[in-house]
Design a protein around this ligand. Structure first.
Ligand code: PRP
Length: 217
């Protein structure tokens, strides 16, 4: 196997890694059964016979690893891609890990002239409210965003909703839908040229698998 046959792929730790490994398996690639074990604390995982190395990183950091070329490919949510605006190719919608970006708040909220909006997605929130013609003050947080309206830090939040459980358990309701989100395959621009053989092969396998799935649904 030559250098240009090997691929380094950055992935978010946890659920998305598990779903992505499953998808890769469904394309016919022979990946070991214990590759995405939940309890593992390892940050790199290799599959030498396929020439794959996975870097397991924070979701928000995946585009940076790919843009800087330490990873040839990455799997990352469209939410992160929109927020990060990195110089990478978005190759494919993998249709895994579906969720949505929404505005949420307390059920008894009342309109305020300049609402405060807490979010991990300041760029997305800013753009959304600008398009709505509404002036807001965006407060950037790194997590536990659902706490903000309850303790008076913000009037509303912009965050990911998947099952809706986090909102419910924190006494919040979904108020406005912003965008559907799924995970995407992204590529480093130079790798896309230098490793076009292996990247094309992987792309074709994934695209065929996703199309087949859609026909069944
Ligand atoms: C995301 C999001 C919500 C939760 C939504 O957080 O920020 O808190 O998932 O999922 P649900 O609708 O199924 O409850 P994540 O688990 O990624 O953790 P984070 O808050 O550390 O970003």
């Amino acid at each position: 196997m030559t250098m240009t046959d090997r691929l380094t792929i950055a992935m978010p730790k946890g659920r998305i890694f598990g779903e992505a490994v499953q998808l890769l398996r469904e394309t016919g690639l022979d990946l070991p059964g214990d590759l995405a074990e939940e309890e593992s604390r390892k940050l790199t995982v290799s599959v030498p016979k396929l020439g794959f190395s996975f870097l397991l990183v924070k979701p928000v950091d995946v585009p940076a690893y790919v843009e800087h070329g330490v990873a040839d490919l990455g799997v990352v949510g469209k939410d992160v891609l929109m927020e990060e605006e990195r110089d990478v190719y978005e190759l494919l919608d993998l249709k895994i890990s579906p969720c949505r970006i929404s505005v949420a708040g307390l059920p008894d909220w009342s309109p305020v002239i300049h609402p405060k909006v807490a979010t991990k997605y300041p760029r997305i929130a800013d753009q959304y409210f600008r398009e709505q013609g509404q002036q807001v003050e965006v407060i950037r947080l790194n997590g536990s965003v659902e706490l903000a309206p309850r303790i008076g830090l913000a009037d509303r939040i912009v965050d990911i909703v998947s099952t809706g459980r986090t909102l419910k358990e924190n006494g919040l309701v979904e108020l406005e839908f912003i965008k559907d989100v799924t995970s995407r395959l992204i590529a480093n621009r130079a790798s896309y040229r230098l490793k076009s053989g292996v990247i094309d092969d992987l792309y074709q396998r994934l695209a065929e698998r996703i199309d087949r799935e859609e026909e069944i649904v």
